[in-house]
Write a protein that binds this ligand. Structure first.
Ligand code: NAP
Ligand code: HSE
Length: 440
């Protein structure tokens, strides 16, 4: 049997501790399938005294991940600290600069510095593996980067944040408040260290940016993604969506259009009878639409210690099985210096259906005025209803819900702005885009 692969793990939180546990429990099976043992020789975290439920005896401890990355005893540096800057960034750069292979689950880091890191890895002949960075345990990076080579992608979209999907599911199915659901997601280890990254949509944007690069061959452009999180979604929206035959999901969507690539992250209504609408809780789903294969939907656990550690483990095993001098898979699907400049399609040109919820004063002519403002902007309506779960109280504000046929974002914004100027709106209008899976 070949020499053991010696790994150093920085970060012993939800993912890191699960990884250590699995590597210890599956030591023999891993050695057989990889043809060599995988040995944890060193670790790093902030608090040496914290009980992590794993045995770290005989493993060297480093307070600073940078020192771990500089350690001569390791062959692979596993970064499970998190964050686009600071200790994570510095240690990954240092490890790659030494020619060490790196495995990371850090989508924030890759979304910000992925192209530079890929160039560095390729220059040094090191592997930079990051399966866990997108959609947790779903092997979507390998699918797009390797298995679907040669396919030309038209759209890549999905539920890529377990925390948000967990919150939306619990709100709908158990009637819990947003805050209660988020607390539970944090307790279960799904949320980011700062959960604003989850609920404001940034985490989905980071993952989408990575997938866009793999699918479309363009440079990572996380800052150019249209972004809306789920903090604005109320239980009323969830119920109204269900009444109209939809479910609300936070989707990340990347689509090739004539004017460039459209990348957007926002709460989205998907038809209730579509597969993606049935994806509940922490589960993620990624749909890939391409010319040769057609449509592929990958569904699986999107967050949590074991699911994420499973993907990290796969990356480590790939390194254990790799042979020195063998041709390497380019980090971002094609050599980093051959990535194309990102060409952004304007969000104003997005075309699709829209759900619009308006709370209006109970005045004669409001309904007609709303319909007129829509018509003036060339928007064709699929439905317009006055909706009330409780008996209508004369004079109390009323809810009007509109669903449009496919129309331009710019037209919807113009129509909503002119409605705002009419003086009968109470509060802000709610606008949710509708996305249709190919088969639905
Ligand atoms: P976590 O539970 O917050 O763990 C972070 C670990 O990093 C902790 O062990 C912490 O040390 C250590 N750490 C933080 N700053 C450090 C520093 N300056 N120096 C040394 N150690 C430091 O995070 P996690 O949920 O395991 O996530 C880790 C990474 O995986 C992140 O990039 C995250 O986005 C990604 N990820 C997470 C999931 C998930 O479901 N949780 C899924 C996919 C990807 P202490 O323990 O001593 O505080
Ligand atoms: N916070 C992330 C989520 C972890 O909830 O999906 C997995 O990337």
């Amino acid at each position: 049997m070949a020499d053991a692969l010696r790994i150093g793990i920085a970060g012993l939180g939800t993912v890191g501790a699960s990884l250590v546990r699995i590597l210890q429990q599956r030591r023999n099976e891993l050695a057989i399938s990889c043809g060599r043992a995988i040995q944890i020789v060193a670790v790093s975290a902030r608090d040496r005294n914290k009980d992590r439920g794993v045995d770290l005896s005989g493993v060297e401890w480093f307070a600073d991940p940078l020192d771990l990355a500089a350690n001569a005893q390791i062959d692979v540096f596993v970064e499970l600290v998190g964050g686009a800057e600071g200790a994570a960034e510095a240690s990954v750069r240092a490890a790659l600069a030494r020619g060490l292979h790196v495995v990371t689950a850090n989508k924030a880091l890759l979304a910000k510095h992925g192209v530079e890191l890929a160039k560095l890895a390729e220059e040094k002949g090191a592997l930079l593996n990051y399966e866990a960075a997108v959609a947790g345990g779903i092997p979507v990076i390998k699918a797009v980067r390797e298995s679907l080579t040669g396919n030309s992608f038209s759209r890549v979209y999905g539920i890529m944040n377990g925390t948000c999907n967990y919150i939306l599911t619990k709100m709908e199915k158990e009637g819990l408040s947003f805050a209660e659901c988020l607390r539970e997601a944090q307790r279960l280890g799904y949320a980011e260290a700062d959960p604003a990254f989850d609920i404001e949509g940034n985490d989905t944007a980071h993952k989408l940016a990575i997938l866009t690069t793999l699918a479309f061959g363009s440079e990572i452009a996380a800052d150019d993604i249209y972004l809306e999180g789920i903090t604005n979604i109320s239980i009323d929206d969830i119920h109204a969506a269900a009444d109209l035959g939809y479910r609300i999901k936070l989707l990340g969507v990347a689509q090739r259009t004539e004017s460039g690539i459209e990348q957007r992250v926002h709460p989205t209504m998907v038809p209730l009878d579509s597969v993606i609408a049935q994806v509940d809780g922490v589960t993620n789903a990624v749909a890939l639409e391409s010319d040769i294969l057609g449509e592929l939907l990958m569904v699986g656990p999107g967050a949590g210690g074991n699911a994420t550690a499973s993907a990290v483990l796969g990356d480590i095993a790939d390194i254990a099985k790799s042979r020195p001098g063998a041709q390497q898979v380019p980090v971002l699907g094609r050599p980093a210096h051959l990535l194309e400049p990102y060409r952004q399609a304007a969000m104003q040109s997005h075309e699709g259906g829209y759900f619009i919820r308006l709370t209006v004063l109970d005045r004669t002519g409001v309904f007609a005025s709303v319909a007129t403002r829509m018509a003036e902007n060339g928007i064709s309506l699929e439905s317009i209803v006055q909706r009330s779960k409780t008996p209508v109280v004369s004079g109390a504000p009323q809810t009007i819900i509109l669903v449009t046929h496919a129309t331009m974002e710019a037209s919807v914004r113009k129509a909503v702005n002119s409605i705002k100027g009419e003086g009968y709106l109470v509060g802000e209008p709610q606008v949710i885009r509708i996305e249709r899976p190919k088969a639905a």
